[in-house]
Design a protein around this ligand. Structure first.
Ligand code: NAP
Length: 249
């Protein structure tokens, strides 16, 4: 029996990077997978088709802006109509708008907080009622080691990711009595489009400070996600697992 057989998993931002690795990991472990994208329809449809064909499970992509409360409500309604339940929610969608505080615009602050942090509220808010009815569920929030350390040029991003830590612990305490778990992952420096955007000097500085002496792979974050999504972690809630090559020791 595969680890996620008979489970329905919803992932935000599954069209690229870590999210697309999570889609593949969940599908290869037997889950029915629903995932969202913001603008990359072509990539999202390709991810859905490949994950479904390789694993013989249902994988469906939905266009939905995670920063929109209304669209998040509609998404949960549509996924429930399509698949009947949601066992696992993975709040993965995220963006960066890096710049030093003196140059940061209100818009750059708002975009990052709304996409990275408000989205976690939006999706969790709407998935909780069906999970409460089921009396089970696992919610996994994608934070970052930057939420813990801070990083020059990323005050907006660090604030959004730090907010996720407090949110995760609070939800774990609110709904633990109904067997709903809520945990966070804190990746370090993972090879995706997001980190491609960093300048060479920043990348080299990161690399020098990683004890494992390499960048992480999206699949390695997806492995930690699988653990938290599955029944291998039924007594783990309110925690953050770092996937960072010992960067945060
Ligand atoms: P990525 O390659 O840039 O992919 C971002 C994903 O989020 C895409 O699927 C994108 O959809 C989606 N997305 C963006 N805005 C959205 C919105 N408003 N609504 C719905 N989906 C949206 O990023 P990544 O590196 O895989 O990062 C994934 C998560 O891990 C993020 O939360 C990020 O902060 C976190 N993280 C990443 C790293 C790293 O080193 N890469 C480290 C720590 C934490 P489209 O394709 O449609 O744009």
């Amino acid at each position: 029996m595969k680890l996620l057989e008979n489970k329905v998993v919803l992932i935000t931002g599954g069209s690229r990077g870590i999210g697309s690795a999570i889609v593949h990991k969940m599908a290869s472990n037997g889950a029915t997978v629903a995932f969202t994208y913001h603008s990359s329809a072509e990539k999202a449809n390709a991810v859905a088709a490949a994950a479904a064909a390789e694993n013989g499970v249902t994988v469906k992509a939905y266009q939905s802006d995670a920063s929109s409360f209304q669209q998040s409500a509609e998404l949960i309604k549509n996924v429930l109509a399509d698949f009947g339940r949601i066992d696992v929610l993975i709040n993965n969608a995220g963006i960066t708008r890096d710049t030093l505080m003196l140059r940061m615009s209100e818009d750059q602050w708002d975009q990052v907080i709304e996409t990275n942090l408000k989205s976690v509220f939006n999706l969790t808010k709407h998935v909780l009622r069906p999970m409460l009815k089921q009396r089970s569920g696992s919610i996994i929030n994608m934070s970052s080691v930057v939420g813990d350390f801070g990083n020059a040029g990323q005050a907006n991003y660090a604030a959004s990711k730090a907010g996720i830590f407090g949110f995760t612990k609070s939800i774990a305490k609110e709904v633990g009595s109904r067997s709903i778990r809520c945990n966070a992952l804190a990746p370090g420096f993972i090879e995706t489009d997001m980190t491609q955007e960093l300048d060479e000097k920043t990348k080299a500085a990161f690399l020098a400070s990683i004890p494992l002496k390499r960048l992480g792979k999206a699949e390695e974050v997806a492995d930690a996600c699988l653990f938290l999504a599955s029944d291998l972690s039924t007594y783990i809630s309110g925690q953050t697992i770092s996937v960072c090559g010992a960067l945060n020791c």
